[in-house]
Design a protein around this ligand. Structure first.
Ligand code: NAP
Length: 302
């Protein structure tokens, strides 16, 4: 069934991009701000390679509590960092939902589903964001206040099931290419196992891709990724499958990605992972704690 009312927790970069495309698909999204957080500007700047950004103004209503809504939402999307799932505020909102609303979690930590289950017994669908977005202004771009974003071939991947197929169809109807995956939790676990230790290594190198290439941190990130993959596989009761790219490939990626990026890549990554530093640490801590609990190697992650 096509949802009409979608409540989106968060009013940051991903929430704004998703909400705009839901509006274009004819849905009425409402953003859920955390208390004390004033409403943000909602200009959306789409970055394009070799073309000037395309900017539009969007009007996105927002509330700070579920009870401000005239009716229970059909879906509740979580466009938040993973550590927000530990907050009493979000737990309270989830408990107020009842159990009939479809919760869609776009958060990346491998333990997020278990965390959500503490508060919510209804249907939970997992998704993975594959576009890049950041709040503006930023020192590395002259775009005015709002959200800048770049869409590669796909904007989102969701779990393949009837609800996931409907959701991907809805996003596509709103102009955001979306796919489904038969094994989304494992796909997301692989991507996050690769990305998160690399982000930590980049932080160690003061956000310089060149310094990272020359540093021992790159090899450490590759070993950390392998550990994170094995720990996630154990946690999700899944085979480890193909190994992740080794240090040499990571080295090549630090050269190639800046060439194809529509924004200055290193400054983008610096603002992105500084903003999400508590989430990166939570994810590393999750793997380390699970590694200790199940006697699996986690020295590189540590
Ligand atoms: N941006 C991307 O390119 C991208 C790509 C892939 C995946 N993701 C994932 O998407 C998620 C959200 O990222 P984002 O880029 O949208 O972040 P963002 O722009 O920083 O927005 C995060 C939103 O969550 C709210 N928030 C932060 N901490 C919270 C807490 N403890 N409790 C309640 N609300 C909290 C923020 O509130 P305030 O408004 O008060 O600050 C903000 O509205 C992250 O898990 C990230 O890894 C992002």
């Amino acid at each position: 069934m096509r949802p009409r009312h979608i409540l989106i927790a968060g009013q940051g970069a991903t929430a704004t991009v998703f909400a705009t495309h839901l509006q274009r698909a004819g849905v009425q999204p409402v953003l859920l701000r955390r208390p004390g957080s004033p409403p943000h500007a909602h200009a959306l700047h789409r970055l394009r390679r070799r073309h000037a950004p395309e900017s539009v103004t969007v009007h996105l209503p927002s509330v700070t509590h579920l009870k401000e809504l005239p009716r229970r939402p059909d879906q509740f999307w979580l466009c938040l960092p993973s550590q927000a799932l530990l907050d009493g505020w979000l737990g309270e909102q989830l408990q107020a939902l009842g159990n009939a609303t479809q919760v869609v979690s776009w958060t990346p930590d491998v333990r997020d589903r278990t965390r959500l289950r503490q508060y919510y017994a209804g249907p939970i669908l997992q998704g993975m964001v594959t576009f890049s977005a950041f709040r503006t202004p930023q020192p590395f771009t002259d775009l005015p206040a709002g959200t800048a974003w770049y869409l590669p071939a796909t904007g989102a991947v969701v779990q393949r099931c009837p609800a996931g197929r409907d959701l991907a169809r809805l996003l596509r109807a709103g102009g955001l290419p979306a796919l489904t995956s038969r094994d989304l939790p494992w796909l997301a676990a692989r991507v996050n196992a690769l990305l998160t230790p690399s982000a930590a290594a980049l932080e160690h190198c003061d956000w310089s891709l060149q310094a990272l290439r020359r540093s021992a941190q790159l090899g450490l990130a590759a070993r950390g990724a392998d550990e994170a993959l094995r720990i996630s596989a154990h946690y999700l009761d899944h085979g480890v499958g193909r190994p992740l790219p080794r240090g040499l490939l990571l080295h090549a990626l630090t050269r190639l990605l800046p060439v194809f990026s529509p924004m200055p890549l290193a400054p983008f990554l610096a603002q992105h992972f500084r903003k999400l530093a508590p989430q990166t640490r939570l994810m590393l801590d999750s793997w380390i704690e699970l590694g200790h609990r199940h006697a699996q190697p986690c020295q590189a992650l540590q």
